[in-house]
Design a protein around this ligand. Structure first.
Ligand code: SF4
Length: 157
């Protein structure tokens, strides 16, 4: 059975920068949990950042990840991304369900680095690394597409 890497905050874990979760209520999540498919991680916490922590955004020109007070947390973000990849390799995971717009987990949009709540097209550090290594990353808006893909895979002879 295909396992799925999932952003830990979707499962109600209070790992967000503000100390909260981002629980995703969906019957699919419940079913996948029951099936033992889900492997969760928060790349930022795995990278060594605290809960709570200052919000951080990717700087468009430099690619650095800076907090709202200009602290450089690029290294921690890449460490977390590498941990996520290692987890996927350990469990042979080919699919990920990641929180949209996060500087780690975003898969089609991120904030633009100006801390003005402005979104642009782009990927978070972890999602980009996973994709580079052949893992398909879906956002919460694409959960039905992920379910369809898994269904198709399981019906293959
Ligand atoms: Fe959730 Fe990802 Fe942010 Fe961690 S880094 S709180 S898993 S969106």
């Amino acid at each position: 059975m295909e396992k799925i890497l999932i952003s830990a905050c979707f499962l109600g874990e209070k790992v967000r920068y503000d100390g909260n979760s981002q629980r995703l209520t969906s019957s699919l999540i419940h079913m996948w949990q029951q099936q033992g498919r889900l492997v969760s991680l928060c790349p930022e916490v795995f990278g060594g950042l605290a809960i709570p922590r200052q919000p951080a955004e990717i700087q468009q020109e430099s690619g650095q990840v800076l907090t709202c007070t200009d602290q450089d947390v690029t290294q921690q973000f890449f460490k977390g991304a590498n941990q996520a990849l290692a987890l996927c390799q350990k469990f042979d995971i080919r699919y990920a369900l990641m929180k949209e717009s996060s500087p780690s987990c975003g898969s089609t949009s991120i904030y633009d680095g100006t801390f003005t709540q402005t979104k642009i097209s782009g990927e978070g550090i972890t999602s980009a690394l996973l994709r580079k290594n052949g893992i398909q990353v879906f956002s919460e808006k694409q959960i039905n597409a992920l379910a369809k893909m898994l269904d198709e895979l399981s019906s293959q002879p």
